[in-house]
Design a protein around this ligand. Structure first.
Ligand SMILES: [Zn+2]
Length: 161
């Protein structure tokens, strides 16, 4: 490797390190206007999932609802998490517990791994959601199922891996 190639490589490494740091920061500060939305869209929260949090009908696909639910977890928006949950499986009893849990951890990343095309008002999205709990890293792998209720998409259940 020439000295020049090495220099370019080192610079790239530095740049990607910086980028990762920025993303992490953006994810944990989703509510600050001007930074990227925690869903990973590279748009500000205000122009992205905030619109869906204010009007669930704007989530026109399972993927859009999935992303907005992740952001609601990041921001502790328990009302949106309940609203976007199908009534047959909605964890009303655990509402406070879920809120306490999501506020006690640090969400760090959402990665969508598979989107199954919608068929007969049912759709599936697989994802990896990463967080740290008291500095211990965790990853949730799930294939979520979404169905329509009250004319908007809702999360109904999921398979954990
Ligand atoms: Zn978003």
């Amino acid at each position: 490797m020439s000295a020049f190639t090495k220099l370019i490589k080192d610079q790239k490494k530095q740049a990607s390190k910086k980028k990762n740091r920025f993303n992490l920061e953006a994810n944990t500060n989703a509510n600050r206007v001007g930074l990227y939305c925690a869903c990973g869209s590279k748009k500000s929260y205000k122009l992205c999932c905030s619109r869906i949090h204010k009007n669930i009908y704007l989530a026109t696909s399972p993927l859009a609802l999935m992303k907005s639910r992740y952001v609601a977890f990041v921001m502790g928006d328990i009302d949106f998490l309940m609203l976007s949950h199908h009534s047959s499986t909605r964890p009303d009893q655990e509402k406070d517990e879920i809120l306490r849990w999501t506020q006690s951890i640090n969400w760090s990343n959402l990665e969508i791994t598979e989107v199954v095309p919608v068929h007969q008002q049912e759709g599936f999205v697989s994802f990896k959601a990463s967080y740290t709990d008291k500095d211990v890293p965790h990853v949730i792998y799930e294939k979520s199922r979404f169905v329509i209720e009250n004319n908007h998409w809702t999360y109904i259940d999921g398979i954990h891996f």
